[in-house]
Every structure is written in C-alpha cells, then in structure tokens.
Design a protein around this ligand. Structure first.
Ligand code: ATP
Length: 270
C-alpha cells in the first residue's frame, strides 16, 4: 500500500502534520564546486506517528537531520513544525545519534548524563529528579543510575542516550540509526522500547535506518529515499496490526510483503 507523501493523514483524517518537509534541497559549496546532496524532498510526519527514512548509505541523512534540527539552513524549501519554519534548534525536538559512545560524558554518572540537557530548563529540583527517575525507569536502567557509562554494555549506553532525550520530554524525537551499533537481541529490545515510548509519552518519532526490516517493524509509514541527490521515491504506509511483536509480527505474510515492497523500491534502477 502506498500513501501519498503530501497528504500525510495516516495519523488522523484532518489533523495538520506535526513535521512538514516541503521541497527541501541542500547544496554544499557553490559554482563549479556546488554539490546538490538533497533535492526537492517532501514528506510529513503526523502527531504520534513513527516514520522511518530508509535509503542507500551516504544518501544524505545527516544533511537532512541537520536541516530538521535547525543546525544548518536548507538551500531552498522548508522544514516546519506545526507550520512554523525551523530556523534554529526547535525546543520541542530531541535527537539521538548512533554514536552514543561519543555523546555520553564518561566522567559523569548515568544520572548526571541524563540530567545534562535539563540544566537549561531551570526546573525545580524535585521535578528534575522526577523526570530523570521516570526516564531511567522507562529504559529499564533505574538500577544503573550511579554507574558510569564505561561500566555499561553498548546497548545500556544507548539506553542512557535515549533516557537523556526522554527526560527532556520532547514532543518530537529524531533518531539517526540509533540501534546500528548493538547486537541483534539488544536491537530488538531497543526497537520495542521505541514503540513503548510512543505509546507511553505520545511522542512523534522520526528514525533514519538502513535496516528495511527494522523500518517495516517500527513504522506507520516508511519514506524511501533515492540517492545522488537524495529524493523521495515513495512513502509507503505500513499496515500491520498493533501491538507489534518481534516474533509474531515478523512472521506475518503482510510483513514479508511490505518488506519486499520497500526493498524493491530501493533496488529499482533510478
Ligand atoms: N559540510 C559539507 N560540505 C560538503 N559536502 C558535505 C558536507 N556534509 C556532507 N557532505 C557530503 O554530502 C553527502 C552526504 O553526506 P551525509 O553525511 O549527509 O550522508 P549520510 O547519509 O549521513 O552518510 P552515511 O550513511 O555515510 O552516514 C556526502 O557526499 C558528503 O561528502
């Protein structure tokens, strides 16, 4: 099933999109050195949706995420939250990157790492502690609050990075290949954690991943990118029953069908 990339109404019949990317292009350099990395990208993410972006390696995902996070301007087109063009880091957004080992401070305990982004919110101490406790509880790391990142496994460190984003209570969570560096079992657990976060906190979640199965498992819709320059090939609605389950969902004939749809789209000659 293919959903129209501009209608974006999988999450509600008339609700406007939470995140709206419209004809977004990014060119680095100028003149003879100009390199168009992203061309005319248009897609939406609705409130409470999980949307995955898939595409070939080096497609320009970091470039796209930097534009969405307000860290660099688009060359043309817009990215907007609730209709407001993103011109700087949006306060309602948090990011989780793949490289958790570099995003955590090794000299701070888990608790202090999770507290880092909250310093700027000037919260009363009690509320700050409550947010940290709730976030650590949500990722199953309440017991590790006083340990240091280097005392934890890779999967646990990535949970700390996710807890840090959760404690900030973003309305929109953007994750860049967040589970790429962990073993298969941990990856499944973190995928389920992602779905649980959506249920528990009602977050809108955008995930970049190279893993087609992961994209189908997690998503309400999958945005398929073609490369050189990156452009939207299709937006595919994922029609699988909820709640999703690592064994039963992945065993469904519909899962295999949707996986094949996404894969053939990626492998189709440009
Ligand atoms: N600041 C920059 N100046 C010039 N070119 C850049 C810049 N940043 C990225 N690029 C180029 O844009 C292209 C896409 O890079 P980007 O990092 O966005 O891709 P990616 O999908 O994140 O890659 P990967 O999958 O390898 O992490 C690459 O060819 C890269 O060399």
């Amino acid at each position: 099933m293919t959903a129209d990339s501009t209608s974006g109404n999988a999450g509600g019949a008339t609700a406007p999109p939470r995140l709206e990317v419209t004809a977004l292009s990014k060119t680095y350099g100028s003149g003879a050195n100009a390199k168009c990395v992203i061309e005319d990208l248009t897609f939406t993410v609705n409130t409470g949706e999980v949307v995955c972006i898939v595409g070939p390696s080096g497609v320009g995902k970091t470039t796209l995420l930097k534009c969405l996070a307000g860290l660099q301007p688009a060359t043309s087109g817009t990215a907007a939250i609730d209709g407001r063009t993103i011109a700087g880091p949006p306060p309602e957004m948090a990011l989780v990157f793949q490289d958790y080992s570099r995003s955590l401070m090794p000299w701070l305990t888990v608790r202090k790492n999770v507290r880092l982004p909250l310093r700027h919110l000037h919260l009363p101490t009690q509320e700050m502690n409550q947010r940290i406790d709730t976030a650590l509880e949500a990722v199953g790391l309440a017991h590790a609050a006083n340990q240091y990142p280097w005392q934890l496994s890779g999967g646990m460190q990535q949970r700390v990075a996710i807890a840090r984003a959760l404690a900030y209570r973003p309305e929109i969570l953007i994750m860049d290949e967040p589970f790429a560096s962990v073993d298969a079992q941990t990856r499944f657990e973190l995928e389920d954690l992602c779905l649980k976060i959506r249920e528990d906190f009602g977050m809108t979640i955008l995930v970049v991943t190279h893993d087609i199965d992961e994209a189908v498992y997690l998503s309400d819709r999958v945005v398929v990118l073609g490369s050189k320059p990156a452009r939207v090939l299709d937006v595919i609605g994922i029609d699988l029953p909820a709640p999703r389950d690592q064994i039963s969902t992945r065993s469904l004939p519909e899962f295999a069908e949707q996986r094949t749809t996404v894969l053939s789209m990626i492998r189709k000659p440009a």
